[in-house]
Write a protein that binds this ligand. Structure first.
Ligand SMILES: Nc1ncnc2c1ncn2[C@@H]1O[C@H](COP(=O)(O)OP(=O)(O)OP(=O)(O)O)[C@@H](O)[C@H]1O
Ligand SMILES: [Mg+2]
Length: 240
């Protein structure tokens, strides 16, 4: 697959990868390598300039409208800056994950079905925030905000979590807790996780597989133990 923002200038160049269900894949590589661009192709925010994107056995890049949204529902996103509605409660933020299933009038009237509210509370409990349902999201710490964002993905009932530098704004302790939570969800609920990261150590510790991107191309793709120290170094060497 390729991606270009300007004609003739490829941001992703012949990137081909297949992520088996239930895998924890980390994507690493220098700034500008194309990591975020890759995630945007996987969640349908962008379409590839050439090539195909398949999600759960369906070609996705050329779908439109309802069919496209159905596939997109399978793909949850978490971001470095959490992307929460800070003025709303944690419960309301998590309920946003269920919007794809709820008739528009109910959303307008703020009348979510009781089952969805229950589901949102359960998701908060799952991420260790059972007592935070009525707290304003903006008042939480970064680590807690990222937990709310993960609960939102759980309520979305996505099978794939795309995480763009999910712990880059967090202190080491909170980072570790969030990565452990992601790993635990991946293992217990067979979720697929694709995480962009600048932290090689974390990528090694939590992933089944590490994809190195450099200047829009796959530099190396293998299990953490298959990567050599020299490869990690070379991935980040300055561009001449
Ligand atoms: N909307 C856009 N329009 C034009 N160029 C873009 C756009 N978004 C990204 N780019 C370019 O695409 C390239 C890859 O960017 P991308 O954000 O995917 O890199 P990244 O690997 O995620 O970097 P970082 O580690 O800094 O987040 C960069 O050269 C960037 O300038
Ligand atoms: Mg990025």
């Amino acid at each position: 697959m390729t991606q270009a923002y300007q004609k003739g200038h490829l941001i992703l160049d012949g990137v081909s990868l297949s992520v088996p269900a239930g895998q924890f894949l980390s994507v690493i590589g220098p700034s500008g390598a194309g990591k975020t661009t890759l995630l945007r192709l996987l969640n349908g925010m962008n379409r590839p300039a050439s090539g195909e994107v398949w999600v759960e056995g369906r070609r996705f890049d050329d779908l439109k409208g309802k069919q496209r949204r159905q596939v997109q529902q399978q793909v949850g996103m978490i971001f470095q800056d959490f992307c929460l509605v800070e003025e709303s409660t944690c419960l309301a933020n998590v309920l946003n994950g269920s919007l794809c299933r709820i008739p528009f009038w109910r959303v307008l009237l703020d009348r979510f079905p009781r089952m969805e509210v229950e589901r949102a509370r359960e998701a908060l409990a799952q991420v260790g925030l059972a007592d935070y349902a009525d707290k304003q999201a903006g008042m939480l710490s970064g680590g807690q905000k990222q937990r709310v964002a993960i609960a939102r993905v759980l309520v979305q009932q996505a099978s794939i979590i795309l995480a763009d530098e999910p712990v880059a704004s967090l202190d080491p302790g909170s980072s570790q807790a969030i990565l452990e939570l992601l790993r635990q969800l991946q293992e217990k609920q067979q979720l697929t996780v694709v995480m962009n990261s600048h932290n090689v150590e974390q990528a090694r510790q939590y992933s089944d597989r590490i994809l190195g991107l450099r200047q829009g191309r796959v530099f190396y793709d293998g299990k953490p133990e298959e990567w050599t120290e020299a490869q990690f170094r070379d991935l980040y060497r300055r561009q001449e």
